[in-house]
Design a protein around this ligand. Structure first.
Ligand code: SF4
Ligand code: SF4
Length: 372
């Protein structure tokens, strides 16, 4: 398992996380067994926005003796008082629900306290002024909450939260269908989540990385629609591993949270750890993604190997991040052994790039920007 460090902290987070949205139906014994299996295989990041209350007590039992090795995303606004998920902005209900979630998980602290599912401006303002954020910050002060998070599908809301400088973690929906929604069918049912153009969405990921705000990814398979040619907005299917790699290549992303229904699902997802580069290669996207995907480097490194040893994807990522104001990206670039100035313009990468990026020209631009 690969781990990525939380920028605002020392936590090392597994790139494969565990989404609990659909596991409630499996029953507590199966949920407990699935969590045990996840822990044994190095998963340490668990999102607790579930459709049912069942994962909480099951996780609480499976966790025994392992609490310090696990990170929970707990949602202030997900209510399980009647056994099923309900969304609420009522502060008293949120307080009761958080108390219940802590008790069921058999823990006295929350690694990531999230303002939950804030997609509308009015809801965000309510979270800021109606007491939800204050409550999370108060718990943070007393050590109950370790980090502040937000789950949202809306770039403009995330930008507002980034402006406010309150976040350590963002839970955001990232997949090729949402990123390139401009090419989707007008009535594509996920369209309401696919807010923002591809460029706007990419800018958001870069701003998160530049601000040290990590991203945990929800809906990496677009609710399963990308996995079938019949439902994919591109008319062609991608695999789970391609979608996971696609999300992990985005700036700021530390973990992807596939929804797991049982151990069978988990076993398949864990196969990603051993999957070959070919199995994770999503460059086929370049052949059917819409026009706006063309000419933009997505850092996939399908163009490797470069005869001069340049890491084309990483050089492009650092350049884009530096443009977005990430000072760290400049020093990361400075530490690269091979830089844009080492490019000899052979054009191999241009001929291999499925997204038709012109790297010969771009390497010159990057070299001019950074110098040596
Ligand atoms: S130039 Fe093309 S193939 Fe190479 S990393 Fe960028 S998008 Fe991928
Ligand atoms: S054009 Fe430059 S970056 Fe691309 S493969 Fe050739 S030397 Fe490497």
């Amino acid at each position: 398992m690969e781990y990525r460090k939380l920028p605002h902290g020392n936590e090392q987070i597994s790139v494969l996380g565990f989404g609990t949205s659909s596991i409630g139906m499996a029953g507590e014994r199966e949920i407990e067994a699935a969590m045990t299996m996840a822990l044994e295989n190095g998963i340490n990041y668990f999102d607790m926005a579930s459709a049912d209350a069942a994962p909480f007590p099951a996780f609480g039992r499976a966790l025994a003796g392992n609490r310090k090795n696990v990170y929970f995303q707990v949602h202030f606004g997900a209510n399980y008082q009647d056994g099923k998920y309900g969304w609420t902005t009522d502060l008293d209900t949120i307080k009761r629900s958080i108390d219940w979630q802590l008790g069921a998980l058999r823990t006295d602290y929350i690694d990531f306290g999230f303002m939950h599912c804030i997609d509308e401006k009015a809801d965000f303002e309510n979270a800021l002024t109606g007491g939800i954020l204050d409550y999370i910050l108060q718990l943070k002060k007393s050590g109950v909450v370790r980090h502040v998070g937000l789950s949202s599908h809306t770039p403009s809301i995330v930008h507002q939260a980034l402006d406010a400088g309150i976040l350590d973690m963002l839970m955001f929906s990232i997949n090729p269908a949402y990123d390139y929604a401009g090419g989707s069918e007008p009535n594509y049912e996920a369209e309401s989540y696919a807010v923002g153009s591809a460029a706007e969405r990419m800018n958001l990921y870069r701003r998160c990385e530049a601000s040290g705000v990590a991203i945990s990814v929800m809906k990496a398979f677009s609710g399963g629609q990308l996995l079938s040619a019949k439902t994919s907005p591109f008319g062609q299917a991608l695999t789970e591993y391609q979608c996971i790699q696609y999300a992990l290549d985005k700036p700021g992303v530390v973990t992807v949270l596939p929804g797991v229904r049982d151990r069978e699902d988990l076993k398949r997802i864990l196969g990603f750890v051993q999957a070959t580069p070919q199995e994770k290669d999503y460059s086929i996207l370049g052949t059917f993604a819409p026009q706006e995907a063309t000419g933009v480097c997505v850092y996939c490194n399908h163009c490797q190997p470069c005869p001069m040893g340049l890491d084309v994807g990483l050089i492009n990522k650092y350049y884009d991040l530096a443009q977005a104001g990430d000072e760290l990206a400049k020093s990361h670039y400075a530490n690269l052994e091979k830089k844009a100035g080492d490019c000899v313009g052979c054009g191999h990468c241009d001929s291999r790039c499925p997204f038709h990026v012109g790297q010969v020209k771009r390497m010159q631009v990057i070299h001019d920007y950074f110098g040596e």
